[in-house]
Write a protein that binds this ligand. Structure first.
Ligand code: URA
Length: 184
C-alpha cells in the first residue's frame, strides 16, 4: 500500500466538502483501536464510534475489561464514504475506496507514532490491511491472534458491524474478546 506523505493543501483541495472525524482518546493510551470509517452518526457528532457500531464497541470494551477513557479510538479513513441510494436518493454508507484508504494512511501512521500504544486492535479488514501493509491478509484467517509487525503488536478483531449483520460471528467474536482479555 502506498505510504506517501501528502501536504495539507492536497487534503484541503480534495476533501473540502467532507466533514472529517478525527481520532480521540488519551495521548498515553496503551490500547489503540482502529475502525474502518465514520458512519452517519459519527459524521454528525464529529466523533468516532458513537452510533450503532459504537454501542457494540462499548460492549467489546466492557467484556475485555477496558474503559473507553483508557483507549485511543480512530478510523483508517477520516471521512464518511457515501453513495446515493437509487431507492431513496439519500446518501448511504459505502466501503472506503482504495484511494481514500491510501490518502488517510499517513494520518493514521502519524497518530500511531504520537500515541505509541502497546497494543493496536484492528476492527475488520480495512485497518488490518492498512497497518500490516499486506493487501492479502484477511480477518477470517488472523482474527483473535496476536500479530507482530515490526515493533507493533496487533490484535485483529472482526468489525462490530460485521457482528451486527452476521449473528453467526457472535460466538467467534466473544471467543476473540476472551483471548484479548487473557492477553491484557
Ligand atoms: N464504523 C467504523 O468503522 N467507525 C466508526 O467510527 C463507526 C462505524
Amino acid at each position: 500500500m502506498a505510504f506517501i506523505q501528502k501536504d495539507e493543501q492536497y487534503y484541503v483541495n480534495k476533501y473540502l466538502n467532507n466533514k472529517l472525524v478525527f481520532g480521540e482518546g488519551q495521548k498515553n493510551a496503551k490500547i489503540f483501536i482502529i475502525g474502518e470509517a465514520p458512519g452517519g452518526d459519527e459524521e454528525k457528532q464529529g466523533r468516532p464510534f458513537v452510533g450503532k457500531a459504537g454501542k457494540n464497541l462499548d460492549e467489546f470494551l466492557k467484556i475485555a475489561g477496558v474503559s473507553r477513557n483508557d483507549v485511543y479510538i480512530t478510523n483508517t479513513v477520516k471521512l464518511r464514504p457515501t453513495k446515493i441510494s437509487a431507492k431513496t436518493g439519500n446518501a448511504i454508507n459505502r466501503p472506503p475506496s482504495k484511494e481514500e484508504i491510501e490518502d488517510f494512511i499517513p494520518l493514521l501512521m502519524d497518530e500511531l507514532s504520537t500515541i505509541k500504544p502497546k497494543l493496536v486492535v484492528t476492527l475488520g479488514n480495512v485497518p488490518l490491511k492498512a497497518v500490516t501493509s499486506d493487501e492479502k491478509i484477511t480477518i477470517g484467517s488472523v482474527h483473535g491472534k496476536l500479530l507482530k509487525v515490526g515493533e507493533m503488536r496487533i490484535f485483529p478483531l472482526y468489525h462490530p458491524a460485521a457482528v451486527i449483520y452476521n449473528q453467526s460471528l457472535r460466538q467467534t467474536y466473544m471467543d476473540d474478546l476472551e483471548a484479548i482479555k487473557n492477553y491484557l
